[in-house]
Design a protein around this ligand. Structure first.
Ligand code: ADP
Length: 272
């Protein structure tokens, strides 16, 4: 009778094992599908700049030797495309890293006001034709969150850069920050072309652009917001958009705030 009991056990355990093996296979299949999709997307995105460079090289080969104008134009255009590819590759690396980036900086603590001031200042210097306002009245100056400072900067630069890229005649960006219910909110607002409801749900997907041709002119490749979202999620934050077509957009990010004690503890651990 002992044999029968152990048989019974074995059957149970086998069943459990089969179930978890199947689940694992499903997860692996999903992962493989995602990787395939990513490689497909990347190849597609690299095809355009490579085709443009090839076109210019062909022109150079045929007419460039005798025509200084073609020579100059083709070289300039090829260099521009090469730069675009470099940018694309850098952003793809950022995207793949962003997913588990907080693992690298588990104890990083950042003062929100410091970073906001720096980014707003830098962006004003670079985009002198824009008015960039910073309103931190609803947030204590010493508010801290758990994030690596460079990543908060990167996030804000992505959002402010987009606001600038997609502005129309009103060249203003409002950055505001507030603290409520143990959450820090940062809002980046522009008064540009806005985003339709339908597109709002897609803009965080990698390589998604509302208007491919026009965005390409502006140097966009549809990766900024997917990098931003991955970064935010890896630090347990939230990101969302609120926008009206033709009026402008607001991007909102939120992170859990740290008490002074929590921040102090993390800093100590970070230095250890
Ligand atoms: P890109 O590098 O193309 O700007 P993003 O991932 O940052 O890529 O944005 C995806 C798309 O979302 C953009 O191509 C653009 O169509 C739209 N978008 C992003 N930010 C804004 C904004 N502030 N105003 C209007 N459209 C925006």
């Amino acid at each position: 009778s002992t044999a029968r009991i152990s048989d019974f056990h074995r059957h149970d355990e086998l069943q459990e094992l089969a179930v978890s093996l199947n689940q694992m296979l499903d997860r692996m299949q999903r992962y493989i599908d995602q990787q395939k999709e990513f490689v497909g997307d990347v190849s597609h995105e690299l095809r355009t700049p490579v085709a443009v460079i090839e076109g210019h090289l062909n022109m150079l080969e045929r007419w460039g030797k005798d025509d200084p104008e073609i020579l100059e134009e083709s070289i300039k255009a090829s260099l521009q495309e090469a730069k675009r590819m470099q940018h694309l590759i850098q952003e793809m690396l950022d995207l793949t890293r962003a997913e588990q980036i907080n693992v690298q900086y588990p104890n990083a603590v950042t003062n929100v006001a410091d970073v906001l001031k720096r980014v707003a200042g830098d962006m004003s210097m670079v985009h002198k034709d824009f008015v960039i306002r910073l309103d931190m009245d609803d947030m204590p100056q010493d508010t801290q969150i758990q994030i690596y400072q460079g990543h908060l900067e990167q996030l804000l630069v992505i959002l402010v850069d987009n606001g600038i890229k997609y502005s129309t005649d009103r060249k203003e960006i409002n950055i505001s920050a507030g603290l409520a219910q143990n959450e820090v909110h940062i809002i980046v607002q522009d008064f540009g072309e806005g985003i339709s409801k339908e597109d709002q749900s897609k803009i965080f997907n990698r390589f998604y652009r509302v208007d491919k041709a026009r965005t390409r002119e502006k140097g966009g490749n549809g990766l900024g917001l997917s990098i931003a979202q991955k970064l935010v999620h890896s630090y347990h934050g939230k990101i969302g958009v609120d926008s009206v077509e033709g009026q402008g957009s607001q991007f909102i990010i939120a992170f859990p705030s740290l008490t002074k004690k929590q921040a102090q503890k993390l800093r100590e651990r970070d230095q250890a």
